[in-house]
Design a protein around this ligand. Structure first.
Ligand code: SF4
Length: 190
């Protein structure tokens, strides 16, 4: 099996989500905001992506669209991968969302996953990524990507694999506030 950014986001929220959902097969019954339904908006996305002004602002030398990338444990589809004028590369992801004063951690995590995949597949360094908030008039946001960010998602990917393939029951989140509204709170041994 291989792990998607959604698996990583769930695992980083609480590793036990991975166990309950994928080992025991108990779904979350929740529409979390990271499960963005891109399919519904494909036509709109096509129109936006035809516009070149965003890429001009970033200084893109080459663009690779809809890249399905994988390494030994992680996989994902990146909307756009850029080769920048300084020789580094960067992912760009379109969000059908309004920008609300800060970039959600979930969106950042997704870019960190893409950074790992781009580095391994294109053999170029990635130290930033981009988000376009379609519902905020295509607002462009740059997100820094550090070595620690990339190591964190790769470690989480290995953790997800361990839970699913070896049926390991992981420790729960250390943020106990998350347990209050958790779907699994009645079956979780905290
Ligand atoms: S109750 Fe808490 S520890 Fe258990 S799965 Fe939910 S968030 Fe994780």
């Amino acid at each position: 099996m291989s792990v998607t950014p959604s698996h990583i986001i769930e695992y980083l929220y609480c590793p036990r989500f991975t166990y309950f959902e994928y080992v025991l097969g108990i779904p979350q019954y929740e529409e979390r905001h990271y499960k963005v339904m891109k399919g519904r908006n494909m036509h709109e996305l096509k129109l936006i992506r035809n516009k070149d002004y965003l890429r001009k602002r970033i200084g893109v030398k080459e663009k690779y669209s809809d890249q399905y990338l994988a390494n030994g444990s992680l996989r994902g589809k990146v909307d756009e991968v850029f080769l920048l004028s300084d020789g580094t590369m960067a992912p760009l992801d379109y969000k059908f969302a309004v920008y609300k004063d800060q970039v959600f951690e979930t969106y950042k995590t997704q870019l960190f996953c893409y950074a790992v995949l781009i580095e391994e597949n294109f053999r170029k360094p990635v130290n930033k990524g981009f988000l376009v908030y379609v519902r905020s008039r295509n607002r462009l946001m740059e997100v820094a990507v550090t070595e620690a960010d990339k190591a964190k998602v790769q470690k989480a990917a290995d953790g997800v694999m361990e839970v699913i393939e070896k049926n390991v029951y992981p420790k729960g989140t250390k943020y106990k506030k998350r347990c209050v509204t958790c779907t699994y709170r009645n079956i979780c041994t905290r």
